[in-house]
Design a protein around this ligand. Structure first.
Ligand code: RB5
Length: 143
């Protein structure tokens, strides 16, 4: 089981809640960092809540949801040590972990339906980083 921090903006609010419920049901240690309602809010602020949590809990994963997944990933990837991957397919979710050692999956509620989003998050959490040559490449991100 994994520790997972989730947050969204208003554009990702419903999908974030769906994922919180799903991950709790599966028995993960789930931390919903908001928002608590769908009022308009700023995605960089919500992304920062999750990146701060991950910097203090290095084995945990993050899930960030906005309308497209793009703004969340841009905001999160400005933080050294964070590797946030926008995923729209199960293949993305798998390789984001296996080759890129992503620690955050970013999803777009206006892009991806809840069924595929759930499958992608499950794949993301259950796929191990392959290390080896990928470890060297990933280490270059923060050089
Ligand atoms: C909000 O309207 C929308 O811009 C936001 O959710 C996100 O898609 C930004 O990247």
């Amino acid at each position: 089981m994994s520790t997972i921090y989730l947050a969204s903006d208003h554009g990702g609010f419903n999908l974030k809640n769906t994922l919180v419920q799903h991950l709790k049901k599966k028995g993960h240690d789930v931390h919903d960092l908001g928002p608590a309602d769908a009022s308009s809010c700023d995605y960089p602020v919500k992304a920062r809540a999750v990146t701060d949590a991950l910097l203090n809990d290095e084995n945990a994963f993050g899930v960030l949801v906005c309308g497209t997944g793009l703004g969340m990933s841009m905001a999160a990837n400005r933080v050294p040590g964070i590797r946030a991957a926008v995923c729209t397919t199960e293949f993305h979710a798998s390789y984001a972990r296996a080759h890129n050692n992503a620690n955050i999956i970013c999803l777009g509620e206006r892009v991806t339906g809840p069924g595929i989003a759930i499958d992608m998050v499950d794949i993301f959490l259950s796929t191990e980083f392959e290390g080896g040559r990928h470890l060297h490449r990933v280490s270059l991100f923060d050089k």
